[in-house]
Design a protein around this ligand. Structure first.
Ligand SMILES: Nc1ncnc2c1ncn2[C@@H]1O[C@H](COP(=O)(O)OP(=O)(O)OP(=O)(O)O)[C@@H](O)[C@H]1O
Ligand SMILES: [Mg+2]
Length: 177
């Protein structure tokens, strides 16, 4: 069964989309939980307010078997590093992403770092560089249930749907750098 990564900058809506997919009967592995359960959290990086994760150890630990029988999706901002058949990269307009992250209580430095990564297409480029099929969905004005519907369309329907290159936050560069 194909394994599909649902990835994107923190706050782009991976967990919200995953909840909708589960509601519709799909199994979605939670990569953050896997990292916690398998002791894969490395050193705490105080300057970035985040834990380091050894991606090679994560790949070895998750493998394809980590998803279990019948699981089609794995969600998390590192999921595109796994041995997946395709990556669905969720996107969000920088201003809206900043608002989502602030409402989580993130410090301004952490908001900025994540928004900069979004503006620079960091995860999209990482996923594309891995050679797997890549899709891109913008959650800025599309609720999580509709995002889940688009994900199902990709998986059940047309692999050419929602190809990469549809978002462009370059007009936001001056504001965030
Ligand atoms: N499609 C959407 N439209 C509007 N708001 C959304 C959408 N998806 C998620 N949100 C809201 O944005 C916030 C972040 O969403 P979520 O937790 O799903 O992000 P995430 O990508 O899983 O982040 P992380 O990588 O940190 O786990 C939440 O407050 C959520 O309610
Ligand atoms: Mg999440």
């Amino acid at each position: 069964m194909p394994l599909i990564a649902i990835t994107g900058t923190p706050g782009t809506g991976k967990t919200a989309a995953a909840a909708e997919l589960r509601r519709r009967g799909y199994e979605v592995a939670d990569l953050s939980r896997h990292i916690g359960d398998h002791g894969l959290k490395g050193e705490f990086d105080a300057s970035r307010d985040t834990f380091a994760v050894d991606v090679e150890a994560l790949k070895a630990s998750f493998g394809r078997a980590g998803a279990g029988d019948g699981t089609v999706f794995v969600e998390g901002h590192l999921s595109h590093h796994l041995d997946c058949d395709a990556a669905i990269v969720l996107r969000c307009h920088p201003e809206r992403l900043a608002a989502r992250l602030r409402s989580r209580g993130y410090a301004e430095g952490k908001v900025r770092e994540n928004v900069q990564a979004e503006v620079l297409d960091v995860i999209l480029c990482e996923a594309a560089g891995s050679g797997m099929r890549v899709h891109e969905l913008d959650s800025t004005d599309t609720p999580a249930d509709a995002i889940a519907g688009m994900i199902i369309d990709i998986v059940n329907g047309d692999e050419a749907l929602h190809g990469p290159g549809s978002t462009d936050w370059s007009g936001e560069m001056d504001r965030w750098f």
